[in-house]
Design a protein around this ligand. Sequence first.
Ligand code: ADP
Ligand code: NA
Length: 291
Amino acid sequence: MITVFGSINLDLVVRAAHLPQPGETVLGGAFAAHPGGKGANQALAARRAGAEVRLIGAVGADSFAAPALALLKDGGVDLSGVRTLSGASTGVALIAVEEATAENQILVASGANAAVQARDLPPLGPQDWLLLQGELDLGETLAAADIARAAGAKVVWNLAPVPPQDLPGDLDARVDLLIVNEGEAEALTGHAPPDAALAAWPGDVVITLGAAGAVARFSGQIIRAPAKRITPVDTTGAGDATVGALLAALSRGVAAPDALRFALAAGSLACLTQGAQPSYATREAIETFAR
Ligand code: ADP
Ligand code: NA
């Protein structure tokens, strides 16, 4: 069983000819609301990739909660650990996208996500995997890691988007596996080349490299895996797809090199369709694409 301790958002997206400057009002074009938040994204990605998944988080008692949770509910993610808080709003990301450049501007109201606490976790044991990201309170996230480790569960942390100066110095001793992208690996270790970053991190780690795939170390073994060659349509949430699928494979006992290949195929597949959650593939589709 995978337990995701993480954020749930509704992404409110407006496309426009240019991004607003301070004080400026821009009349944009089409509007869309998409379920998002890294915790929710990774939970759905892991579920579609074949795992039993429960999500621990919070939403507000407002009209954003249902659309934020809709795909998770349809997909069979256990939402019994998602609390509805009367005093808070559902987490919202206001996203402006410039049509010509696809550049964006994002403003997040954490809302109910800010109230999620480590003590919301259900009892965990040695069979459990706890998946963490960086969009909940950092102290609560660290406390969740410590609780899970003490119970013998495996702790996997996708660091995005925590500033490394905020992280404790003994992070490597508090997680079983760290997952970062290239920029986060550099910020964390001070080394830009992925191999140097890998060498500088003492524990198990996966560094995703976008179109170049990933490099990783599991129990001392260095693994390199290429991404599938594709023409991306929308890379939003591709990292979350990769993380969720990796956990799904590792938690069912797939060996690390095969699990990484499976995860990268899931990440590349997620780039082929618009949006994050709607683009997450089933285990069968990922295995077919990975061949
Ligand atoms: P993040 O989105 O977190 O910054 P990356 O950009 O490293 O993470 O992408 C995560 C994964 O998504 C990659 O390891 C790869 O599997 C897939 N991916 C992302 N961009 C591409 C691309 N242009 N072509 C193929 N696969 C991609
Ligand atoms: Na996508």
